[in-house]
Design a protein around this ligand. Structure first.
Ligand code: PEP
Ligand code: MN
Length: 338
């Protein structure tokens, strides 16, 4: 159920409706819109008594929600969510958000060298895993807190916003302290206790689509985060498993307009994991921007042959510069900027 407030409803009236919802034993989620505020209700097992709420001052109407996700859907909020990371960096706004950096933070020298290159090419956000969820237990697992400290120092040195993955509850506590955006990886998209914990964080969350997840499952996972009160979720398409063997995964770009039809949340694309091959990253980045994605997350490495993870899909800094130049032109056609 959604409570739609009248256009000129006051803050007191909105507050009173939220109180009433909480008194009924449910959770209220007031979401301001350009025209009016909508209040989502969660925590109810069955239908909510609409008449009680409709009689309150400032309420226009109560509308049932037709989708299983209540807070991520466009029924609650027609206009797109723009996530503000400070210093003019936004995700979901007119300017595209490009996150670039190595798969993993390997050393201070490696991470700083790549940060300098991606910054010079125009990236405003830096990626790099300090905790790596690897398929093999014998592969490099990340520098952990030491890696987070390197990322923090990169933010101080270059002014880049930091995006890095939390792989479990323990690392989430630390990632939250050091990063600007908490990444939840494909392998954890349905780790519901981790999603709930991220929902209690004050940091925006980058939620990657599971490699065999449907769009509905992705949106339900995002709903876990919003239902705990964190409305700043960025969705990310990173490819799904198919029978295709010319790429590591199949990048499902049609999910971008499908998400935009159903949800107000921003969506970005990861063509690095989505293809797994360096030569496919630039063409699929162009396509992702053309299809309407709000940004990209790209693996860049200055010495990919020696990378401790995902070297074969990491592009060189010079490729990244070319990618930025190309997508800037496509963005302009779509009335977006870089
Ligand atoms: C990553 O971004 O390095 C990563 C591990 O991605 P995914 O969770 O999509 O596999
Ligand atoms: Mn990777």
């Amino acid at each position: 159920m959604l409570v739609m407030m009248k256009t000129h409803a006051t803050d007191e009236e909105i507050g009173a409706v939220c109180h009433k919802i909480e008194d009924m034993g449910f959770k209220a989620h007031p979401i301001p819109g350009i025209m009016r505020t909508a209040i989502g209700i969660t925590g109810n097992q069955g239908p909510v008594e609409a008449a009680v709420l409709e009689s309150l001052p400032g309420v226009a109407e109560c509308v049932p929600v037709s989708k299983p996700y209540k807070l991520v859907g466009r029924e609650l909020k027609e206009e797109r969510t723009v996530i503000d990371l400070g210093d003019g960096v936004q995700v979901g706004g007119k300017e595209l958000a490009v996150i670039a950096g190595p798969c993993a933070v390997e050393s201070r020298e490696q991470a700083f060298a790549i940060a300098a290159e991606v910054k010079a090419a125009g990236a405003r956000l830096f990626r790099g895993g300090a905790y790596k969820a690897r398929t093999s237990p014998y592969s490099f697992q990340g520098l952990e807190e030491e890696g987070l400290k390197i990322l923090r120092d990169i933010r101080a040195e270059f002014g880049l916003k930091i995006v890095t993955e939390a792989i479990d509850q323990e690392s989430l506590d630390l990632v939250e302290q050091y990063a600007d955006v908490i990444q939840i990886g494909a392998r954890n998209m349905q780790n519901y206790s981790l999603l709930k914990k991220a929902g209690r964080s004050r940091r925006p969350v980058l939620l990657k689509r599971g490699m065999s997840s449907t769009l509905d499952e992705l949106l339900m996972s995002a709903e876990y985060i919003l239902s705990e009160g964190n409305y700043n979720v960025i969705l990310c398409e990173r490819g799904v498993r198919t029978f295709a063997d010319h790429t590591r995964n199949t990048l499902d770009l049609s999910v971008v307009p499908a998400v935009q039809r159903l949800s107000h949340l921003p969506i970005i694309v990861d063509p690095s994991h989505g293809t797994g091959r360096r030569d496919k990253v630039i063409p699929m980045s162009r396509a992702a921007i053309a299809v309407g994605a709000d940004g990209l997350i790209i693996e860049v490495h200055n010495n990919p042959d020696k990378a401790l993870s995902d070297g074969y899909q990491s592009i060189f800094p010079s490729d990244f510069k070319q990618l930025m130049d190309e997508i800037r032109q496509i963005a302009a056609l779509l009335d977006r900027s870089l």
